[in-house]
Ligand binder design. Structure first.
Ligand code: ADP
Ligand code: ZN
Length: 219
């Protein structure tokens, strides 16, 4: 098992970057936000537990999160257990639980990458974000517009705003990120070293920089 962690604030472009990097570097993209939204949609026990936290922009409890991640990883056959983690860990406790899990599985942490962007850029990105109701593809009204307004390029589905992308919830999510993540960043700087990437640049540039970081780190 091999893991790459991508850290970054809501709106840093984590999800889009992760899915592109995963594709070209041969990793599986594991997004805890996507997993949680899917669990809410299908009404599982985890989904019911997580829903009120997500609606407020707060964090879902750590023990729920490690369970989701561990289940998702071990569901893959061993030869496919190369993951780029998007949205996890988000607290120092989650990072410790993940280290423990990796030790138990004999897995390794290949790189920790931090997408950096100023707060005003983050707010603009989140406010303009639209997602496909059917396939989950992500767009932005200005930065990544669909070919036809309000329609998904990939599947023709309706583009909608995520309920937690409203302004009040966005501000809370950024505050929560700043509160929780300072210690998470310090933890990884201390434990393994962190690779900062400037996320105010074009997507293609970031994606190839991150791919190079991951592949160069191979050992
Ligand atoms: P964003 O990065 O834009 O906040 P995500 O899709 O990663 O969006 O997460 C959406 C919400 O799901 C978070 O605000 C939080 O409530 C919940 N969530 C996702 N990952 C975690 C995690 N690792 N720990 C706790 N809560 C999480
Ligand atoms: Zn779609």
């Amino acid at each position: 098992m091999e893991i790459v962690i991508l850290l970054g604030a809501p709106g840093s472009g984590k999800g889009t970057v992760c899915s592109r990097v995963a594709e070209i570097a041969g990793y599986r993209h594991l997004s805890t936000g996507d997993r949680l939204r899917a669990a809410i949609k299908t009404g599982t026990a985890v989904g019911r537990e997580a829903k009120p936290y997500i609606e407020r922009g707060d964090l879902v409890p750590d023990e729920v999160m490690i369970r989701i991640v561990a289940e998702a990883m071990t569901a893959e056959t061993p030869d496919r257990r190369r993951f780029i983690l998007d949205g996890f860990p988000r607290t120092e406790e989650q990072a410790r639980l993940l280290q423990q899990f990796l030790r138990d599985q004999g897995g390794s942490l290949r790189a920790v990458i931090l997408l950096e962007a100023p707060r005003d850029v983050l707010i603009a990105r989140l406010a303009g974000r639209r997602v496909c109701r059917d396939c989950g593809a992500t767009y932005h009204v200005v930065n990544i517009p669909p070919k036809r307004e309000g329609r998904c390029d990939a599947c023709g589905g309706d583009l909608v705003q995520r309920p937690d992308d409203n302004e009040a919830t966005v501000r809370n999510r950024l505050d929560v990120y700043e509160r929780q993540t300072a210690s998470l960043i310090a933890y990884y700087e201390r434990e393994v070293g962190l690779q900062p990437v400037d996320s105010a640049r074009p997507l293609d540039v970031m994606v190839s920089e991150i791919r190079d970081l991951i592949l160069a780190d191979a050992s």
